[in-house]
Design a protein around this ligand. Structure first.
Ligand SMILES: C[S@@+](CC[C@H](N)C(=O)[O-])C[C@H]1O[C@@H](n2cnc3c(N)ncnc32)[C@H](O)[C@@H]1O
Length: 324
């Protein structure tokens, strides 16, 4: 019979059931003129069985890998894991060292920030350069614990999706912020306050209860040639009469902080402060709380931001409405 059938299997087993069956390549060189014969049918059926098995095995392997990956991620204690999973656990960056409450050596802290970050514009507001902890930085992958170089968890080293959306919104809506006195509460890297200054806000105060965040915000302000005021006071609950606009970037991360933020923001809104909230859909921003807010913008997050942030795909900017 003028027929050539070649089946090449790069597989430990023809049936492809083995876990090690990564590659199966099967092809046949069959003359186009060939009429279908019993052998041909048998071969085709073998090939399609192999393909089906291969598909099934590949799917199983993918599922197993995903499950393993999820297990690894939840058990690892690297910085990135903490940032992804533990942020909802406390109102503030957790104290890592007994020394965390002693005054900062500002010069040393700034050097430490510069040594452990990269300048990045790889985010939704590339007009602003930021010192961030990126995947290229060794501490990104480092376990955190007593010998971790920062005294608190460096949330300021990441540009959070809510903050990214809020910062994008500020840059694209100058008229709302120009000439205003702006307060960025829980500023982290300070990007939203920097954006406000860049588009002509009269003054911007970066506020964070983590003093290292304020040094990072100042370094970022220098990098973008703007000036910022800083405040490390816990301002939640305070009257904040010196400000026209209050920015909240990714601060509704758990029920506890949301329960103190919401009534405070309601009081500020009653005093005609403009309040803008950037958030990717965190726990604390419940349906009920959203009743008090108007959605002003919704952004698709870049793919790597989605991966780093536990699967959030969009982030919105909301304005807190006054009830009075
Ligand atoms: C998720 S990060 C968001 C940082 C930044 N807004 C952004 O979106 O990239 C939350 C930040 O809020 C700060 N924070 C937590 N509680 C705070 C409070 N009561 N007052 C001010 N800052 C607070 C934390 O230290 C942390 O830097």
């Amino acid at each position: 019979m003028n027929r050539q059938v070649i089946v090449i299997l790069h597989s430990p087993k023809l049936t492809c059931q083995s876990d090690r069956c990564h590659k199966l390549e099967a092809f046949a060189a069959v003359p186009t003129t060939a009429t279908t014969t019993t052998t041909d049918i048998a071969w085709r059926s073998l090939l399609s069985r192999c393909r089906r098995r291969f598909k099934q095995t590949a799917n199983d392997q993918r599922q197993q890998k995903q499950q393993q990956h999820r297990r690894d991620e939840t058990s690892e204690t690297s910085l990135v894991a903490v940032v992804r999973y533990l942020i909802p656990c406390s109102l503030a960056a957790k104290r890592l060292h007994p020394a965390a409450d002693t005054p900062l050596n500002l010069g040393a802290e700034r050097k430490l920030i510069l040594r452990n970050t990269r300048i990045s514009r790889h985010h939704m507001a590339p007009e602003i350069a930021l010192h961030l902890i990126t995947q290229e930085c060794s501490i990104y992958h480092q376990p955190i614990g007593e010998d971790f170089c920062f005294r608190t968890e460096p949330f300021w080293g990441f540009f959070w999706p809510g903050g990214q959306a809020l910062t994008r919104f500020i840059l694209d809506n100058k008229q709302l912020f120009a000439g205003k006195r702006v307060l960025d509460v829980g500023c982290g890297c300070g990007a939203s306050a920097i954006a406000a200054r860049l588009i002509g806000a009269n003054a911007a105060t970066a506020n964070d209860i983590d003093p290292t965040a304020l040094q990072a915000a100042l370094l970022n302000a220098e990098l973008n040639s703007v000036d910022l005021e800083i405040s490390s006071r816990n301002l939640i609950g305070q009257p904040c009469d010196d400000f026209d606009v209050v920015l909240i970037g990714d601060l509704f991360y758990d029920a506890e902080i949301a329960s103190v933020l919401s009534p405070w923001l309601a009081q500020l809104a009653a005093k005609r402060k403009n309040i803008y909230i950037g958030d990717p859909g965190r726990h604390g921003l419940t349906e009920k709380r959203l009743w008090n807010m108007t959605q002003l913008a919704r952004y698709r997050l870049p793919p790597d931001v989605c991966i780093e942030n536990n699967g959030f795909s969009h982030a919105s900017v909301w304005e807190f409405k006054s009830n009075s």
